[in-house]
Structure formats: C-alpha cells, structure tokens
Design a protein around this ligand. Structure first.
Ligand SMILES: [Zn+2]
Length: 329
C-alpha cells in the first residue's frame, strides 16, 4: 500500500521533576513544574479544538498516588549508573507523600484527565527516566524498569505501546526488550550528527547544544520529514523519528520567534505535500513559563495543520496509531 497522506505527530515527554532531577535544582524550577497543572488541561482543550491527538510519553513514577504505592511499584533491581547523579531513587527519601503535598513528583490526577479525554495516547517514558546509554547500567536493569512501568500503567488501565527514551538515548538491546513486552514503536532521533544521542558527553557539549539552538531558527539539519514507506523497523520496533524539538518561547530571542515557527511550518508543509511524517515533541514543563506565548505559538502550528489537512489531506494520529498504519504500508 502506497501512503496516501502524510502525518503530523505530536509527542510530549511528561515527567515533572523526574525528567530534570539530574540537571536542575527543584527550587529553581518549581514554577514550570507547578504550571504543568495549567498546561495539560489547556493542551487537551487546544488539541480538541483542532482535532489533534497527542502522545503523552509518561514516566511510570508519575502514576503512583502516594509514597506507599511508590515503594511497592519500584523495581527490586535498580540501575547501577557509574555516575550516581543519574539515579532518581536517591530522591525518594526527600519527596512528599502524595500529589497534594508534592505536585512536582506525583501526577495521577493529570494522567486521569488525559485518560478521560479519551482521544490521546498514554505512552511510556520508562519508569524512572532510565538512561540506556549511560555507563554502569545493564539491559537487565532496563528490563526491570520497563516491567515496573508496564505494571503501574496496567494498574491504571493503560496498555503501553509506544516508548520515548529519556534524553533520546536508544540502543538495540533495549529495543529488543521493548518488543518482548509488546511495545510496537519508539521515537527515534533526527539523522543529523548534532542529534546523535549515543555519545551523551558530546550531545551535552556547548558546541552541539549551540548547533541545535541555531538549527531552530536556521535550516542546518534539513526538515527531517520521513516517508512512511522508508520508516525502518529496528529490532522489530517501528521508528517514528523526531522532526523537531518544539523549544519553549524565548523572551530574550523573541525577535527570532517568527523565524522559528516559520521553519517548523515549512517542514509541516513539506511533509504534507510529499505524504511524509512531521513529528514534533516537547515537555509540558517547557510551557510552564510564558504560558500564553507558548500556546500562541502552538496554536499557529495547529492552525497550519488544519489548513494542510484541507489542502493535502495531511493527517494526524498518535504514535501507536501511526505504528499500526506503517506496518501496513
Ligand atoms: Zn525525559
């Protein structure tokens, strides 16, 4: 079957503090994390208005309702990272007892809101923001983490089908594990060297970061759109690669915002005209500051999607939905 339309895919890495504990101090980032409680309902409303389905790649730890449940849900075998800064379990003693007293580490009520909406996908972002390419951890430890994620999701009536790997670190042995547990697809990275997530030290270096920032405004890496029939299965998992990280609104670079949005729109148009995929992603907490400006930007993209839907039959689905379609192409 030849693809007859392109697809606009939107994934969100939903993680609260579990996604940034190794790079940020909680006190410095509370506003962004607290505002996720404003951002998620607003996102659901906007997505409804434009008939867009979202995939929320959610950290397993966010599903638990309280510390007691958390202690039951965590895997017995934990990652033995050489750099203990990556180990989230060291935070457990400090966190609060439930969502009401610690909105930075618990999010069951937000997950329920997404579920009740009924249109979106709740996907996997591992149980503990697991880094599969960091030194010291093993594939077996990843497997235990994934099992914990699947179990807590199942307890909440969610069947995990798609995975977004934390920091986009991916490797084939972990993809094999995902396949073994019934997951069907993952979000790969753009092909350009500046997105090579295997060498984690390089990825975080100022030069690489600088190139990725520039690439948001100037076309350095191309548009990273993908033909459905060229999408590769890796270890039996469908790769739905990223086209662009949707950076948060920048006050200091606000004069460049139109350029950034226009670059994304061009990529979407290219995908729509050529029956390709355009996959955009970010974190709900990225919208936790300058909320209105971020939503204005997003609405521009959603409006553009609507017009491409009219003109070129450009479509939209969740990651899991698209994986099913790709299998038939
Ligand atoms: Zn993450």
């Amino acid at each position: 079957m030849k693809p007859t339309s392109g697809y606009f895919i939107v994934s969100l890495d939903f993680e609260l503090f579990w996604g940034v504990f190794d790079v940020k101090k909680l006190n410095d980032y509370k506003k962004n994390l607290q505002n996720v409680r404003v951002v998620i309902p607003r996102l659901l409303k906007l997505a409804d208005a434009y008939n867009i389905k979202l995939s929320f790649a959610t950290i397993g730890l966010l599903f638990v309702k309280n510390k007691e449940e958390l202690l039951e849900a965590i895997p017995a075998i934990k990652p033995t990272y050489s750099n203990q800064n990556f180990n989230p379990y060291r935070l457990i003693e400090e966190i609060g007892t439930n969502e009401a007293d610690d909105p930075y580490h618990y999010a069951n009520s937000l997950i329920k809101q997404i579920q009740e909406n009924g249109k979106h996908e709740i996907a996997c972002h591992t149980f503990s923001h697991y880094y599969v390419n960091e030194d010291g951890q093993t594939t077996q430890q990843f497997e235990e983490d994934l099992k914990a994620a699947i179990a807590i999701a199942k307890k909440n009536n969610v069947e995990l089908k798609s995975i977004v790997f934390p920091r986009n670190q991916i490797n084939e042995s972990c993809l094999n594990v995902c396949k073994k547990y019934g997951l069907t697809n993952f979000r790969g990275t753009e092909k350009h060297w500046m997105f090579n997530t295997h060498d984690t030290k390089k990825l975080g270096s100022p030069a690489h970061k600088g190139f990725r920032l520039l690439d948001s405004y100037i076309n350095l890496s191309g548009y990273n759109t993908y033909n459905l029939s060229s999408i590769k299965n890796l270890s039996g998992m469908v790769n739905i690669p990223s086209s662009k990280f949707f950076r948060p609104y920048s006050k200091s670079l606000k004069f460049l915002e139109p350029r950034r949005i226009s670059r994304i729109k061009k990529g979407m148009t290219l995908a729509a005209k050529n029956n390709e995929i355009y996959h955009i992603w970010w974190h709900p907490h990225n919208f936790g500051d300058n909320i209105d400006a971020n939503f204005n930007n997003l609405e521009q993209l959603f409006k553009h999607y609507s017009s491409l839907n009219n003109d070129y039959n450009f479509n939209n689905d969740t990651m899991a939905g698209l994986a099913e379609i790709i299998k038939k192409v």
